[in-house]
Ligand binder design. Structure first.
Ligand code: ADP
Ligand code: MG
Length: 228
């Protein structure tokens, strides 16, 4: 089997982190661009305007790419959060994109849906979940199922994101530690780096297992305190 485990090491320099913010701005820009392109195809009457808007979006894209490389990252705002509604809200955000790609996201819990509290920064956690799920959606051009499994152990909470996408060869997996590594024409290679940083700020661990043409399992383990 081509399966390989890749253990993501500790981060990372400030410049890399700042660059990650650019990635976060590019995600919504990409969706704006997509819908504008749809509008343009459906209705030719405003083609001059939509073309200008498209090229302006492209300009924002390249400007944030350069400027935010220099920006300073925001501090983490750690609170005792129930992660279940956080996960639910992420699924709502990604709903449209997933169904556009014929992707179904399934959630399963080992402890029903009882609250799971983690000392965490809600928005950063959302970023992590969104980046991982987006990668899975992008890896399944013909659709499929993404399974999210949530397990509670004595001292750990484990999230697994399992997709049926293109997967990665061992060579590709080995590149995942490098920032700016991407195989996508519009990719930045900053998503996983951002995830690594956020997860390590939560004392968590990121583990990626993948098999080419079969799929990928991204799992995150956080320390869990029953009486957090
Ligand atoms: P980007 O998505 O902008 O390319 P990421 O850091 O999110 O940057 O991912 C880096 C690369 O890792 C991707 O370009 C892709 O080749 C690979 N990758 C990440 N997640 C998956 C996945 N679930 N399935 C297959 N390949 C993946
Ligand atoms: Mg990505």
């Amino acid at each position: 089997s081509n399966e390989k485990r890749f253990h993501v090491e500790q981060l990372s320099v400030l410049g890399e982190l700042a660059a990650g913010i650019a990635h976060e701005i590019r995600n919504p820009l990409t969706s704006l661009k997509g819908f504008l392109q749809l509008m343009k195809n459906n209705d030719a009457s405003n083609v001059t305007y939509t073309n200008i808007m498209l090229s302006e979006i492209e300009r924002i894209n390249s400007i944030v790419g350069e400027l935010l490389l220099l920006a300073k990252p925001k501090k983490f705002n750690m609170k005792r959060n129930n992660v279940i509604p956080i996960l639910d809200s992420v699924l709502t955000i990604l709903d449209t994109q997933a169904s556009l790609h014929n992707v179904q996201i399934k959630l399963s819990f080992d402890h029903h849906k009882e609250p799971l509290y983690l000392l965490s920064d809600e928005n950063k956690l959302k970023q992590v979940f969104i980046n991982i799920l987006k990668n899975s959606i992008e890896a399944m051009p013909h659709g499929g199922i993404i399974e999210i499994k949530l397990k509670k152990e004595h001292s750990f909470a484990c999230f697994s994101f399992i997709d049926q996408g293109s997967g990665m060869s061992s060579e590709k997996l080995a590149h995942l530690g490098n920032s700016f590594y991407t195989t996508k024409s519009e990719g930045t290679g900053l998503g996983l780096m951002m995830c690594k940083h956020i997860i390590s700020e939560h004392q968590g661990e990121l583990m990626i297992e993948s098999e080419e043409d079969r799929g990928t399992n991204v799992s995150i383990t956080f320390p869990y305190h029953k009486k957090a």
